[in-house]
Design a protein around this ligand. Structure first.
Ligand SMILES: C[S@@+](CC[C@H](N)C(=O)[O-])C[C@H]1O[C@@H](n2cnc3c(N)ncnc32)[C@H](O)[C@@H]1O
Length: 258
């Protein structure tokens, strides 16, 4: 969701035009370095629903540069491990974590780290997994009874060929029906205990990000080459349209291991 390439030599995001564009697009206090359409308030709400608190062990899958993970760790006192396949993102996440008790691993998931966690997070990246069953089974495998899986999901029918042609990196964009996802979760022993629709808010954020990127395209082109910038704008135009029209809906949910 709103994914962009992170260059290994990229400077701290706080110094980049992309970071500034994120701050401009969000209301004050709502941008914490997330690479997504979530607001800080939504990240906090989902963390609270998942029961993240002092000492709770949290595995954050596809953490990116871990804006959400760093905020959750700082505010809750949880024990945090973030995993991402991008070496650049993990390097930036480590650099920004400073004195926080966050750990990071570079890995492509699944498989998941060989450990147990009270909570598994997957923020704004469910759509990257074409076959979601192995991922959901792996998540269930690291949760004890009573453990929680908290995620956002891009809900809707698969993209058509025309829609796929419109979306850059369409091989990482696989929406799913809510009933189908709930079925996969149930089959893995995970029961949905809470869900909320966030489509309208995420359409607003996608549109605000698009405007912000367009307004500072010159500044952003210092961090991204012209093809990457064009892809960023095309992707955000598509998301603003699809979320705005309800073609793709956004849900947040928590599922508990039985
Ligand atoms: C849209 S970003 C979301 C980052 C973060 N969760 C957030 O909300 O700010 C998606 C991230 O998922 C990572 N990713 C995608 N597929 C992955 C996989 N199979 N294993 C590990 N990381 C993956 C990408 O490298 C990218 O950093």
């Amino acid at each position: 969701m709103g994914e962009r390439p992170v260059r290994p030599d990229e400077p701290a995001p706080s110094r980049t035009a992309l970071w500034r564009a994120g701050e401009v697009a969000h209301a004050r206090g709502e941008f914490v370095g997330q690479e997504s359409f979530m607001r800080a308030g939504e990240i906090r709400a989902l963390a609270r629903r998942a029961g993240i608190g002092p000492g709770v062990s949290v595995l954050d899958l596809c953490c990116g540069v871990a804006g959400p993970g760093r905020m959750i760790t700082a505010e809750s006192g949880c024990r945090y491990l973030g995993v991402d396949s991008s070496a650049g993102a993990v390097g930036i996440a480590r650099g920004l974590a400073g004195g926080l008790p966050c750990r990071f691993e570079q890995a492509h998931v699944p498989p998941l780290p060989d450990d147990r966690f009270d909570v598994v997070l997957l923020l704004e990246t469910m759509l990257a997994f074409r076959d979601k069953a192995p991922l959901v089974e792996a998540v269930a495998g690291v949760l004890p009874a009573g453990g929680r899986f908290a995620c956002t999901v891009e809900e809707g029918p698969p993209l058509t060929p025309v829609e796929r042609a419109r979306m850059p990196q369409a091989d990482t964009v696989w929406p799913i029906g809510l009933a189908e996802l709930t079925g996969l979760l149930r089959a893995a022993g995970l029961a949905v205990t809470w869900q909320e629709e966030w489509t309208a808010a995420h359409a607003e954020t996608a549109t605000a990000l698009l405007r912000s990127y367009e307004a500072d395209a010159a500044g952003i082109s210092a961090a991204l080459d012209s093809a990457a910038l064009a892809d960023l704008l095309r992707a955000h135009r598509a998301w603003a349209d699809w979320l705005g029209s309800g073609r793709v809906r956004k849900f947040a949910l928590v599922a508990e291991k039985r």
